[in-house]
Design a protein around this ligand. Structure first.
Ligand SMILES: Cc1ncc(C[n+]2csc(CCOP(=O)(O)OP(=O)(O)O)c2C)c(N)n1
Ligand SMILES: [Mg+2]
Length: 577
């Protein structure tokens, strides 16, 4: 059987259930694009910029049942895509990166787009392959998929030289895809040790990250059995729904909302699942992680990395947590309903909200009022995609995410501009659900032209642009120590003009009174398959609990001399201003 490399690649992707590819054609991949164009199950999507394509692939992978796949040209296409590949890498999101390669059948160097792609990809992919023979194409793509989706998921990179794509060769019988075996269960001794600690805990607590995203039933069972409060990471903030009475919010400690701060104040045994205890999740490592830590994570390198464990279990949460839930049940009855704890959580949440309502700001849109209106106008299954900035923490603190696995957040790599394209990928993954993107004005201008892709494919994503005119998350951190905000004030962008350019509907929310009406109008347009840009004149004069807490945590970590220097400069700047 003689087949071209492009046919073989298409065949492999079809067998893997890939439904969309994202990218831009060029000299080294037009043959593959031509093949994909004939596929009945794969839609090759043209994007405006490969970075946008990579963020779309990421959004699709996080929420869908097919793996986001890129088809790009080497050098420029790949370097453009790198921000999205890096985001997926640090966030544990599977992605296939198929890149055309320069010809291997001619003796010339300095071909178009020729560079060392593998060196470039080394730090942001789990593995790379350079395919040299036709017979290797299908097995290599299958193997790459197993690596991308196995263990802690992540992106993988395949270079497929253009001459292989173009010309047919004999390949014999093609292999069938063999999925990876189910992950192994935890050993009985570790489960027993964890149960003993949790059973004897005075105040157990649960901290869950994105790694627990498919283990909701077991997380809920364990939390209820122990009557333990549940905090999430930022990336995992939709892993445990906000409607549950034991849900506290994002993180715990000085940078968390009062519900989580108080519920975890006396936590003596922490069960952490699917989190690496990274900087954002722990509020710059300010979270008071107790000495008695049980840590479950699929990546053994994350265990004992930042906080020493009493019990460390390297395993998949979907296997380990049901084991743990069952062992807890076998070890004794559930704790009685802790009505006092639940009442405290509810009261703390209400009081925190009230503090936002009470804030006398600058007359612009109160974030809590906006999020109330957004919540009221959306069903629990609505998907939320956020970017990186003050708007991220506002969303985490003020928007109750009700549906499990309905919010995605770029975390740790933290590429601004993520959300605009990622929301397009999310909409492809969940076409029936409303998709709302909360994006800062700085992030928005990085990738807003990608909305053309949403218009082209009739994807009704609603973009709420929090237009404060600043790179606020940074500007807030500059204000006190420097008494100025260098390079953090944005030149205005006419968002109505952007909307016109990309074919989106434009709406504006100027005050609290506009929220309901404009959100309803946005939803109506989105239901017709039209993207919508809603400019929100948001009031940023009140800081999030996260920002307040993290500033304190970092300052406290300074030595005396460092503190003196920082304070001295701030005071000097203030009085000489
Ligand atoms: C690509 C990239 N560049 C710079 C940063 C640093 N950074 C983090 S948040 C932020 C501000 C984002 O501004 P905006 O989108 O307006 O959101 P706001 O904080 O105002 O809500 C910046 C500059 C980053 N995370 N990513
Ligand atoms: Mg801003």
């Amino acid at each position: 059987m003689k087949k071209t490399g492009a046919w073989l690649a298409r065949h492999a992707l079809e067998q893997l259930g890939v439904r969309y590819t994202f990218g831009i054609p060029g000299v080294q991949n037009t043959e593959l694009y031509d093949e994909l164009n004939s596929s009945e199950t794969i839609t090759p999507m043209l994007v405006g910029h490969e970075g946008g394509g990579a963020f779309m692939a990421d959004g699709l992978s996080r929420l869908g049942d097919s793996v986001g796949t890129l088809v790009v040209v080497p050098a420029a296409g790949l370097t453009h895509a790198a921000s999205g590949i890096g985001e997926a890498y640090l966030d544990g999101v599977p992605m296939l990166v198929i890149c055309g390669g320069v010809r291997t059948d001619i003796p010339y160097r300095y071909q178009l787009h020729q560079m060392d792609l593998h060196a470039f990809m080394k730090g942001i992919t789990k593995a790379t392959w350079h395919i040299e023979r036709h017979v290797d194409i299908v097995p290599t793509i299958f193997e790459a998929y197993r690596v991308a989706t196995g263990g802690e998921p992540g992106p993988v990179f395949i270079e497929l030289p253009v001459n292989l794509q173009l010309f047919p060769e004999e390949v014999g019988e093609l292999p069938r895809f063999e999925p990876a075996p189910r992950p192994a269960p935890a050993d009985a001794a570790s489960i027993e040790a964890a149960v003993a600690l949790l059973k004897n805990a005075r105040r157990p607590g649960l901290f869950v990250g994105w790694g627990a995203r498919d283990a909701l039933a077991a997380v809920t069972a364990i939390a209820e059995h122990l009557q333990a409060p549940v905090a999430t990471t930022l990336q995992g903030f939709s892993v445990f729904p906000a409607g549950h009475p034991l849900h506290c919010g994002f993180s715990f400690g000085p940078h968390a909302v009062p519900a989580a701060r108080n519920a975890f104040a006396d936590c003596d045994v922490l069960l952490a699942v699917g989190t690496r205890f990274a900087e954002i999740a722990t509020g710059s490592f300010g979270a008071p992680v107790p000495g008695t830590l049980i840590h479950v994570d699929i990546n053994p390198a994350a265990l004992n990395a930042n906080y020493p464990t009493r019990v460390a279990i390297a395993g998949d949460a979907t296997v380990v947590l049901p084991q743990l839930a069952q062992a807890l049940r076998a070890a004794g009855p559930a704790r009685p309903d802790d009505a006092a704890l639940k009442a405290r959580i509810a009261a703390d949440k209400a009081a925190y909200r009230q503090s936002w309502y009470d804030h006398r700001g600058n007359g612009r849109v109160n974030p809590a009022r906006f999020f109330d209106a957004l919540r009221a106008a959306n069903p629990p299954e609505a998907v939320t995609v956020v970017d990186d900035g003050n708007h991220t923490y506002l969303t985490a603190e003020l928007y109750p995410v009700l549906g499990a696995k309905t919010a995605i957040v770029p975390t740790d790599f933290n590429a601004m501009g993520y959300s605009v394209p990622a929301a397009i990928g999310a909409k492809l993954a969940r076409p029936q659900a409303p998709v709302n993107c909360i994006v800062g004005d700085g992030c928005f201008r990085m990738t807003c032209m990608e909305i053309v892709t949403a218009t082209q494919y009739g994807l009704g994503v609603v973009y709420y642009v929090f237009a404060d005119g600043e790179l606020s998350q940074i500007a807030q951190a500059q204000e006190i120590p420097y008494n100025r905000k260098p390079c953090a004030v944005l030149h205005p962008v006419a968002l109505d003009g952007v909307a016109r350019a990309v074919g989106a509907q434009y709406l504006k929310i100027d005050s609290d009174a506009d929220c309901q009406r404009q959100i309803d109008a946005a939803n109506a347009a989105a239901r017709q398959g039209r993207p919508v840009i809603v400019e929100v004149a948001v009031d940023y004069t009140k800081r999030t609990a996260f920002t307040e807490g993290v500033v304190k945590t970092n300052f406290q970590r300074f030595t005396l001399a460092q503190k003196a220097r920082a304070i001295g400069r701030a005071v000097y700047r203030k009085i000489t201003d």
